[in-house]
Design a protein around this ligand. Structure first.
Ligand SMILES: O=C(CO)[C@H](O)[C@H](O)COP(=O)(O)O
Ligand SMILES: [Fe+2]
Length: 256
């Protein structure tokens, strides 16, 4: 297989911006060298999981929120679109991502990343997942698939091996989704290196706890797209230097 050098792509998470000055903060990050603008879409939606428990010889219903937080939706993307030319990389932490694809496309999103836990765990999950990929691509957007920390990486293989419905990148969560400012989970790195070995040309994004101390670990494992909120919006620090450091570190480890 021929390999190409993967471009570093730095995505400031606007979850850490001042929402009252969203466009100002987004464009400042682009002026500082950022490549994409990462938009964290969280919807505190109740989901139901049916699980068979052999111990009790019965089926149990579990109710949970996909994430315990509520952030922004398509109307905010639409407003921001009018004030920036940046690539809007929308990370959907919601239970039924297929219901939001048209809204986000119409609002001006450039890419949608959905969580496989929100599609594959439902009845007919493989087909639902494939349909979501198809729908995002048919709408002309980039498509990413994300996995939470407890989800094994091999659930992604069938979709990456599909030569028809091409996924643009994988997002490996390096924190439990829901909030910015959490600590980087180093134990997620074997997932990144497994993907890098199996798919040398795959764009791999990491999200959560990326800062000057953790970027080396993520880049060495094989990540070339990084999301960073807290570390880029840290008061009193120039994001230009941090973005350049992230790019240099990714380039250092990304020589096939
Ligand atoms: O998806 C996310 C949380 O669910 C955010 O993108 C992520 O946490 C970025 O923030 P930080 O760099 O502060 O960890
Ligand atoms: Fe995110």
């Amino acid at each position: 297989m021929t390999t190409t050098t993967l471009k570093p792509i730095i995505c400031p998470s606007l979850l850490s911006s001042d929402f009252a000055f969203l466009a100002r903060d987004a464009n400042h990050m682009l002026d500082c060298g950022a490549d994409w603008l990462h938009m964290d879409v969280m919807f505190k939606q109740l989901s139901v999981t049916i699980t068979y428990t052999p111990i009790y010889l019965s089926f149990c219903l579990f109710f949970s929120h996909f994430v315990p937080n509520l952030t922004i939706g398509a109307p905010v993307i639409k407003s921001l679109r009018k004030h920036t030319k940046g690539h809007l990389d929308c990370h959907l932490m919601v239970t039924n991502p297929e219901t939001l694809i048209d809204d986000f496309k119409n609002a001006g999103a450039d890419g949608i990343t959905f969580h496989i836990e929100a599609t594959a765990n439902r009845a007919g999950g493989v087909d639902i997942t494939a349909d979501v990929i198809k729908k995002i691509k048919a709408a002309g957007m980039q498509c990413g698939i994300s996995i939470k920390p407890k989800t094994p990486v091999d659930v992604l293989f069938p979709f990456l091996d599909d030569s028809v419905n091409i996924v643009d990148f994988i997002l490996i969560m390096t924190v439990e989704p829901g909030f910015g400012g959490q600590s980087f989970m180093q134990d997620m790195m074997p997932k990144v290196s497994t993907l890098r070995q199996r798919y040398p040309n795959l764009n791999i994004q990491v999200d959560g706890g990326i800062d000057p101390n953790t970027i080396g670990t993520a880049a060495q494992a094989g990540a070339n797209i990084v999301v960073a909120g807290s570390s880029l919006f840290k008061p009193g620090q120039d994001p230009k230097d941090t973005i350049q450091l992230f790019k240099d570190t990714i380039n250092k480890y990304n020589q096939h």
